[in-house]
Design a protein around this ligand. Sequence first.
Ligand SMILES: Cc1cc2nc3c(=O)[nH]c(=O)nc-3n(C[C@H](O)[C@H](O)[C@H](O)COP(=O)(O)O)c2cc1C
Length: 186
Amino acid sequence: MDAISALHNRVSIAVLGGPAPDAAQRDVMLRAAMRAPDHGVLRPWRFLFLEGEQRQRLGQIFVEARLQDEPDADAEALDKLRMKPFRAPLILVAVAETDEHNRVPVLEQIVATGAAVQNIMLAAHALGVGAMWRTGSMARHRHVKASLGFADKDEIVGFIYLGTPAGAIKRVPEDDPRRYTRTLPA
Ligand SMILES: Cc1cc2nc3c(=O)[nH]c(=O)nc-3n(C[C@H](O)[C@H](O)[C@H](O)COP(=O)(O)O)c2cc1C
C-alpha cells in the first residue's frame, strides 16, 4: 500500500478479534512511531503492550481507579469497566513521559507522542491490522498511570486497541477539506 492511499483511507476499527498483530507487525508499527516529528529529539513516547491476562490486570486497575473516586459505584458499571480491555486481543498504551524542565514545552512533547501514535495507526492500516485509538477518563487517572509505571505528570495519550478487523469496515466519509481552511484576515 502506498503512503498516500494509507493516509486517505485509514479508518478506525472498533470491532476487533484475534489474532493480535505478531512480533514482526509490532516491530513495523514501532519503527513507524520512531519517525514521528519530535521537537528536540526528546523521544518522549513510551509504549506498553498488554495482552492475554494482562488485560485482566488493566481492567482491575480501571475498577480500582473508579472505586477511589466513587466508593459506591454500582457493580454493573464496574463490570463494564473491567471488561473494556477485552475489546481487542492487544492494547498498546502510548504514554508521553514529559519533562517540564525542558525548553521544549510539555504540550509539544505530548503532540510528538500523538504524532507517533498516528504513525502507528497508519502502519497498522497498511499492514491490515485493525486499530482504534481510545482514551477516556481512565487515561487521565493518577492510579492508572501509577499502576502502569508512570508518574502523574506523564500523559497517557492513548489506549490503542489492536487486532484483526471483525465485521464490516466502515466507508471513509465524504468530507471537503476546504471546509477547514481559512484565509489570512485582512
Ligand atoms: C486522542 C484521541 C482519543 C480518542 N478517544 C476515543 C475514545 O475514548 N472513544 C472513542 O469512541 N473514540 C475515541 N477517539 C476517536 C476514534 O479513535 C476515531 O478516530 C473516531 O471514532 C473517528 O473514526 P475514524 O478514525 O475512523 O475517522 C479518540 C481519538 C483521539 C485522537
